[in-house]
Each structure stands twice: as structure tokens, then as C-alpha cells.
Design a protein around this ligand. Structure first.
Ligand code: BTN
Length: 328
């Protein structure tokens, strides 16, 4: 697992402005020799962090970088009026932010875990979640929900709507949509995925972990991933972001949506869902561990189940699965 020492972190902070810095200048600022800088840069390169060496000039990060910082996230949470107490757990590197929160002893607050890189980022259905250093948001949050387990049906849809509302706030014209149950797409390309894990219930409180993988700065045009079509916020908005601010915004939107969901269930969200439903009217196949079902997607019902009409006109209500578009 990637472990950054203090010099490497300080180097990344200096190089984060995106301009070229000479070895001498970097060494002077950090109080270490030029050759020590060279050694630290080599280690960053070995760890896969893209630092360019420019002959006779110095070092430059391929892209500007603002590192995750708990104080900054806390400040933004206050500015945006996050309604609860947040415990922040920020890591340079971690196996999986969801796994970290799963293993963390229960607290009364909202625990939020973010990392610059995940070595074992997890997606739905046991898939791997590509999590390169410093580019995107890998953020999990753990919430104590005061309700019965039976009321949680539709939670993943509501949490996706919260993420979508954050994206809409940043870029109101972005034509982002949600693919049931919780992929966020833009022009048929995946922008964000969520992994939701519900923990045991005790004293009427359910712990829920919401893991969000949001592509922020990945250069999806020039470095497409092999197995799927992806996009990033930068591609949509043509600007860069401070991920500290984005994390705080996401958490505030989640808090607002979750509180309304616990109070009133999924009903108040159904119209919003229909406005952004990517699958509506499309012929799809939903794969589940028990088999698969094809048909036309007809929105969701009041339990958050996908309504599927098969070729014989029979209606199926589907609670979970992986939906893909199908040509007839
Ligand atoms: C999916 O679309 O398959 C869900 C992807 C969820 C990825 C996020 S990144 C932060 C959190 N930690 C993980 O290991 N996974 C989730």
C-alpha cells in the first residue's frame, strides 16, 4: 500500500500548483538536498504518481493537485452548514474507504472516510473500482439511521439523487441521469458509482455506509479505461475542482436527502427520479444472482423497485440487480 512520508507530501503540496519547480528551489523550501529531492521524486514515480522531469528546469506534476485535507473539508462543512457532527478520516492511501468504515467501532456521529488512492476499491457485484492517486473522490460515509430495516428500500436510489443534485448544483446544465439503481451517467458514460452497505441494527438504529466513487479529474478522453465507458466532472464542466469542497458539498446533500427519506420514505423523490431516469422506456436486461429478466423499463414504484414490462406484457418488480441496455 502506498505510504507517503512528510517530505513527499510537502513535495506534492508544492508541485500541486501545476508549475515547474527546480530541484534546488524545492530542496531550499523543504530544507533537504537536491539529491534527496531526486530520491523522493523517484519514489513518487515508483508509486505511480505522475511527476514529469523537465530537463534543466526541474519537476512538474502532470496536472495541478489540491490534496485532501481534513481541516479544509471541515471548514467547507461548516460553510455549507452540515447538520451533524462529522468525524473525518482522511488517508493518503487505503485499501477501501467502505471497508475502513465497516471495521470502525460505532460512534454517535457521521463518520466520513476519504483517500487519495484505494488499493482495493470495491464496486458493486464484487467488481474492482479503479482509484488512481489524487484524481477523483473515493469517499464513504457512515450514518446512524433511526428507523426500521424495512423502511430502507429505495435508499440507494435516494442517495444517488443526492449525488446527482450535487452535480447539478455545480453544473446546472449537465445532462446527467441515473441508471437504476445508482450509476450516474452523462451522455451514456459513467461518472459516478455508489456502493451501499447496511450494517446490523441495534437499539432501533441502523448503520448505513454509503461509498461514493466520483470521477473528478480523470482524463477519460485520453486515457479511457478498458472495460467501460467513463467520463469525469472535468470533462463535463471543463474546469478543475477542489475535492475538499466537493466532498463537503456531497455530504451536505446526502444529509438533506437522507433526513427527508427517513421522515417520508421514497415517495417525495419519485418525481425527481422520473426526471432523471436513464432507463425509462428502454429495452433492458437485469442480471441477478438468480438469473436475468429482460423487458422495457417503466420507472420505479413506491418501494424503489424497477418496473419491467416483458414481451408478453407481464410486469416484474425488481429490487436489485445490474441493468444493461439490450438490442431487441
Ligand atoms: C459501482 O458502481 O460499482 C460502485 C462503486 C463504488 C466505489 C466507491 S469508491 C469509495 C468507496 N470505497 C470502495 O471501496 N468503494 C466505494
Amino acid at each position: 500500500m502506498l505510504k507517503l512520508n512528510n517530505s513527499q507530501l510537502a513535495l506534492l503540496q508544492l508541485l500541486g500548483d501545476g508549475s515547474c519547480h527546480s530541484g534546488i528551489a524545492l530542496g531550499k523550501t523543504l530544507g533537504i538536498s537536491r539529491s534527496a529531492i531526486w530520491k523522493q521524486i523517484n519514489q513518487l514515480l515508483e508509486a505511480g504518481i505522475p511527476v514529469k522531469r523537465i530537463a534543466h528546469k526541474g519537476y512538474q506534476l502532470s496536472n495541478p493537485l489540491i490534496l485532501l485535507n481534513d481541516q479544509k473539508i471541515n471548514n467547507f462543512l461548516q460553510i455549507f452548514k452540515f447538520p451533524s457532527i462529522a468525524n473525518l478520516h482522511i488517508f493518503n492511501s487505503i485499501d477501501s474507504t467502505n471497508k475502513f468504515l465497516k471495521e470502525l467501532p460505532a460512534t454517535k456521529n457521521v463518520d466520513i472516510c476519504c483517500a487519495e488512492i484505494q488499493s482495493q476499491g470495491r464496486g458493486r457485484f464484487g467488481r474492482h473500482w479503479h482509484s488512481p492517486f489524487g484524481e477523483n473522490i473515493y469517499c464513504s460515509s457512515r450514518w446512524n439511521l433511526h428507523c426500521d430495516l424495512s423502511r430502507l428500500s429505495g435508499l440507494s436510489l435516494v442517495s444517488s439523487l443526492a449525488v446527482l443534485s450535487t452535480i447539478k448544483e455545480l453544473s446546472p446544465l449537465a445532462e446527467a441521469q441515473i441508471k437504476w439503481p445508482n450509476d450516474i451517467l452523462w451522455h451514456n458514460k459513467k461518472l459516478c458509482g455508489s456502493l451501499i452497505e447496511v450494517m446490523a441494527e441495534s437499539n432501533g438504529i441502523i448503520q448505513v455506509i454509503i461509498g461514493i466513487g466520483l470521477n473528478v479529474h480523470s482524463d477519460t478522453k485520453n486515457q479511457p479505461l478498458a472495460d467501460s465507458t467513463w467520463c469525469s466532472l472535468m470533462e463535463i464542466t471543463e474546469r478543475r475542482f477542489d475535492r475538499n469542497e466537493l466532498v463537503a458539498k456531497l455530504m451536505c446533500h446526502l444529509a438533506e436527502y437522507l433526513s427527508q427519506f427517513i421522515e417520508a420514505g421514497i415517495k417525495p423523490f419519485i418525481e425527481e427520479w422520473h426526471n432523471y431516469d436513464y432507463l425509462k422506456g428502454k429495452f433492458i436486461t437485469v442480471s441477478q444472482s438468480t438469473g436475468s429478466q429482460s423487458g422495457t423499463a417503466c420507472g420505479i414504484n413506491e418501494l424503489g423497485q424497477l418496473i419491467l414490462k416483458d414481451n408478453e406484457g407481464k410486469i416484474h418488480y425488481i429490487s436489485s440487480g445490474d441493468a444493461s441496455l439490450k438490442t431487441r
